[in-house]
Design a protein around this ligand. Structure first.
Ligand SMILES: [Zn+2]
Length: 633
């Protein structure tokens, strides 16, 4: 049907009180061809005449209706035709001639009802007129509409008929350049214009009668071009005439080490590529493209291409053949920013792959131009795979020999002449990060060993919310201190590749039984609860205590105590057994650190210092590392 050119301006309403039920009582099913119409289209029987509501003309015939408040007339615009229904609704005027309507138009239920016999004026026929069914159709196979559209980026004309459209014949004619298409058994609907202004490539479309049965379309072309006529089997009343693009140019380019042949087309173009060796050649077929000159033969740049030939291979395809001087691998690509270009480029080269033991070791991959890569982790992160598209290894390039705790070895694999792969096999507990150089030509992978990689640690900041814990004479609250230490410790552990879970990350109350549950349901490898102590009975007491409840916890406590005492110079008050709830309930190595006494004035001062908190968290972190290095988890 017709969609584009329809503007409904001011649908009519007449302020007449609806006569409820009068129209409903004698409903008739309405069909248009085989199509059952939407429920708002209604027909009624009145006396010997059937009437249909204006909605039918608006919606299915795309008649534009307008009520003129000055005259009381109703105008119906259909293509280039104009019908005026007079105020008394008994006559209509077309082209200045007034005629009687077959029966008066009437208004009811906020609708305008037209006698169906009047529809003959629009090129319609009544196919079936039974008490309960009304079937309308176009009187003929009409060409109803020609629209300028695009089809797969190509300029196209969409033809819409009232019935299935068939092509009798189509031909390109030169001087003047035009495409002539004959449609079989079609008439143009007399209400539609038979001259359509075109687009960039089609200057005008003219419609004419070919003979008694056929309709002729003449497309005046800007220049002679190939075309396709597409018929959608699901919409046989439509045909799309699609015009080809053109080859616009051929260029040799050298950019750094990369050499290119650039093929320009007037429109974005699909293509296929075939390569052969001995002699080395690349065939590129451009689909939906016309060569509007005679066949071309262009001398190459003398560096990698000896000749380029361009010829119309068939109606739809231009074939470009590159004869290559040597075996330099190359590839064909459509640059992302300009779809009108197709480029043949020589592959780029990985010039070196080098290893240095700096830090935990680093690997550098250096290319001669921007690296186009995809990086993936394989086999539970024990391998890193780097695929480089449009690259080859420099002739003779070998993988470096590596002695490292992080990396087991490196493999260089050539997947295809234009794709290579570097696989790096890692030892256990290795963290790595990949960094591109500014110009994207180099890639550096830095490695680090970490026993904490993927270990789940639950950190528990003691107290919180309504429970402040101990309070110092200077106002230090235990709940604030423990959260601060835990956040610092989390940062160190995150950086080491651990997966850190906090029992609380803000000032809130959590019960003593929820804390171990968080560790248990997450299958944590370790649980560390941070507190600080207070004993107002003797304000001289100071130092660190670490509590455990299970043997594994005792080992962890000992490692952490050693590091804490060395790192903070605080007094070691002992690694001690205790049945604290968080230690009893946790199902993994767990400790509770009492990090100094808030009841001791000097120690409270110390606990507030940033350097102390940093030293303390660093020491706890080192204790955890020491424990993990010696005990499998
Ligand atoms: Zn506490």
């Amino acid at each position: 049907m017709i969609f584009k050119k329809i503007i409904i301006f001011g649908l009519l309403f007449f302020g007449i009180a609806p006569v409820t039920g009068a129209v409903e009582s004698n409903q008739v099913t309405v069909k248009f061809g085989d199509m059952l119409l939407t429920p708002e289209v209604k027909a009624v029987q009145k006396g010997s005449m059937k009437y249909i509501n204006l909605t039918f003309l608006n919606k299915y015939i795309h008649v534009i209706s307008r009520w003129d408040p000055d005259t009381g007339n109703i105008e119906l615009r259909f293509g280039k035709w104009n019908f005026t229904l007079t105020e008394d609704r008994t006559k209509y005027i077309r082209a200045g001639v007034e005629k009687e309507l077959p029966a008066p138009v009437f208004e009811e239920d906020d609708q305008l009802w037209l006698p169906v016999d009047f529809l003959i004026q629009f090129g319609l026929v009544v196919q079936k007129d039974e008490p309960n069914e009304l079937r309308l159709d176009w009187a003929d196979n009409y060409l109803l509409e020609i629209e300028t559209v695009t089809y797969q980026n190509r300029p196209a004309l969409l033809l819409i008929g009232s019935r299935p459209l068939m092509i009798r014949e189509s031909n390109l004619i030169q001087k003047p350049d035009r495409l002539v298409v004959d449609l079989a058994n079609v008439k143009t609907h007399p209400a539609f214009d038979n001259r359509i202004s075109g687009s960039e490539m089609v200057k005008t479309v003219r419609l004419g009668v070919r003979n008694e049965t056929d309709l002729r379309l003449v497309l005046d072309l800007d220049r002679l071009t190939g075309y396709r006529i597409i018929r959608d089997p699901n919409q046989e009343d439509r045909l799309t005439i699609v015009l080809n693009g053109f080859v616009t140019g051929l260029k040799f380019i050298q950019k750094g080490p990369v050499r290119k042949v650039q093929i320009g087309t007037s429109l974005s173009t699909e293509y296929s590529v075939k390569t052969v060796s001995e002699p080395n050649r690349i065939f590129i077929d451009l689909v939906g493209v016309t060569l509007d000159t005679h066949d071309l033969r262009v001398a190459g740049d003398g560096k990698w291409v000896s000749t380029v030939r361009v010829a119309q291979f068939d109606h739809q395809t231009v074939r470009v053949v590159l004869d290559l001087l040597d075996e330099t691998p190359c590839y064909v690509i459509q640059p992302q920013d300009t779809s009108n270009l197709i480029e043949v480029r020589t592959v780029q080269t990985i010039q070196s792959i080098s290893w240095s033991n700096d830090g935990g070791g680093q690997l550098k991959i250096a290319g001669d131009s921007e690296l186009v890569k995809t990086v993936s982790k394989l086999k539970n992160q024990e391998q890193i795979q780097i695929d480089l598209n449009y690259f080859r290894f420099a002739p003779g390039l070998a993988a470096p020999i590596i002695k490292s705790q992080a990396v087991k070895g490196i493999q260089l694999i050539t997947i295809s002449p234009t794709k290579i792969r570097v696989i790096i096999s890692l030892n256990e507990h290795v963290l790595y990060e990949i960094q591109d150089s500014k110009d994207q030509r180099d890639l550096v992978i830095r490695f680090r060993n970490s026993v904490l990689l993927n270990k789940v640690l639950v950190l528990d900041a003691g107290h919180g919310g309504v429970d402040p814990g101990a309070c110092g004479a200077q106002g230090t609250r235990e709940k604030d201190f423990t959260l601060d230490v835990v956040m610092r410790l989390k940062e160190l552990l995150d950086d080491a590749g651990a997966c850190v879970i906090l029992t609380r990350k803000d000032d809130r109350y959590i019960s003593l039984y929820e804390r171990p549950m968080i560790a248990n349901i997450n299958f944590a490898h370790m649980f560390i609860s941070i507190h600080c102590n207070s004993y107002t009975g003797d304000r001289n007491i100071r130092g660190i205590e670490i509590y455990y409840q299970k043997p594994a916890g005792k080992k962890l406590a000992e490692q952490v105590m050693t590091k804490l005492v060395a790192g903070t110079k605080l007094i070691n008050r002992g690694v001690r057994f205790n049945n604290y709830a968080v230690l009893v309930e946790t199902q993994m190595p767990s400790i509770l650190v009492e990090l100094g006494y808030l009841s001791n004035f000097a120690e409270e001062t110390l606990l507030n210092r940033n350097d102390f908190k940093d030293n303390a968290t660093r020491s706890i972190f080192e204790g955890i590392i020491a424990y993990c290095s010696q005990n499998a988890m």
